[in-house]
Design a protein around this ligand. Structure first.
Ligand code: 13P
Ligand code: SF4
Length: 354
């Protein structure tokens, strides 16, 4: 929910408590016995074949899902790469294990495919903090600015944008626009916006959205942890607070942080992002030590504790149900999809020039 502010302060502000409250209602997939897990995996493997479907999972989903995606010829990656994989794979159905905007991005890029999700209740606080009915009029009030939105937004918001970017390419695109003399309206993540603004020096009007997971990393506790592990490299996702980013050796997207673990000479890492990513990091560097960046400490009220409650809603049980019933399908109005596609495609075309 967005509270409209007074006449003095015209920027629509984000009701952080309301969004945190919604996350508290996210029901994580229930733990299952080893026997049930074996049964479900065998069942899902059969259903994927029968339904001509492939499973694509985000790095933040449960390890079981990432393992199953890989074992069945599917894919584990970041949000954009998941959608791109879907375009290149011949399967007619994509099962997208992640949060809703990821299913929508898959549909935007693959309109001819059936896109199913284990649950349609898996939200994202960035998406929630930027509803189209507030964002679109705000953009209309600033016609002199190029609208650049992060991938963690609804199809309606993407359709209003000039550009959609991910954390891996956002800085490069804003730099390019800044060099062309364009002023930016950025949404929704305030920390990523601040970071890109600092790096590029662009004129950016920044929407005040936030990620409930990354917002909880604590800079003071991180300083103390770094003193205990002076050899550790600090890897930070740019949705984290400015003071946490300021302590990073590497600031980057999910894929960039995984690559950093593999390529860095360091043997120890402090990692400020969702801990679901450890599955992939352990795969690329099984002998390196991974330490979660602190979400606790003095004054802390960690509710997500380095794991996204909405990502945790994806489980083997609801994947099986989705495949059995063909439920939780993502559908987007074609006119809207075409508009959103143009902004996503602009980013994809730009990435090919790099
Ligand atoms: P990616 O776009 O890197 O997948 O990140 C999505 C996300 O939700 C980060 O919190
Ligand atoms: Fe959204 Fe944050 Fe969850 Fe990523 S971790 S899906 S940005 S709420």
């Amino acid at each position: 929910m967005i509270k409209q502010t007074t006449a003095i302060e015209t920027f629509p502000c984000v009701d952080e408590d309301y969004i945190r409250g919604l996350n508290e209602h996210a029901q994580a997939a229930k733990p299952i016995s080893a026997q049930r897990k074996r049964e479900l995996i065998a069942h899902i493997k059969k259903l994927l074949k029968q339904q001509d479907a492939v499973l694509v999972a985000h790095y933040y989903t449960h390890y079981d899902l990432q393992e199953l995606a890989e074992a069945t010829g599917g894919y584990v990656s970041d949000s954009l790469d998941m959608a791109k994989f879907g375009s290149e794979h011949p399967a007619s159905t994509l099962i997208v294990a992640g949060v809703r905007f990821m299913g929508e991005t898959a549909k935007i890029l693959n309109p001819e495919k059936r896109i199913l999700m284990p649950t349609l209740q898996a939200e994202c606080s960035l998406d929630l903090s930027c509803p189209a009915d507030t964002f679109v009029p705000f953009c209309d009030e600033h016609p002199d600015r190029t609208v650049v939105v992060y991938a963690n937004t609804s199809a309606d918001v993407k359709a209003r944008a000039d550009w959609v970017v991910t954390s891996s390419i956002g800085t490069k695109i804003v730099k390019h626009l800044h060099e062309r003399g364009e002023k930016i309206l950025w949404a929704p993540d305030k920390y990523l916006g601040n970071y890109i603004q600092k790096v590029t020096g662009a004129d950016m009007l920044i929407w005040q959205g936030f990620c409930i997971v990354h917002d909880e990393f604590k800079s003071h506790e991180l300083e103390k942890l770094r003193q205990k592990h002076p050899q550790a490299a600090v890897l930070v996702h740019p949705e984290s607070p400015d003071e946490v980013i300021a302590q990073a050796d590497v600031v980057g997207s999910t894929t960039a942080l995984i690559n950093a673990v593999g390529n860095s000479p360091a043997n120890e890492f402090i990692i400020a992002t969702d801990n679901g990513i450890f599955y992939k990091m352990r795969q690329v560097a099984p002998n390196k030590k991974l330490i979660e960046a602190p979400t606790g400490g003095i004054g802390a009220s960690c509710s997500s504790c380095a794991h996204c409650g909405w990502m945790a809603m994806n489980g083997l049980e609801n994947i099986a149900t989705t495949l059995e019933q063909g439920c939780n399908e993502i559908n987007i109005n074609e006119q809207l999809r075409v508009k959103a596609y143009q902004s996503v495609k602009r980013m994809i075309d730009f990435s090919k020039t790099l």
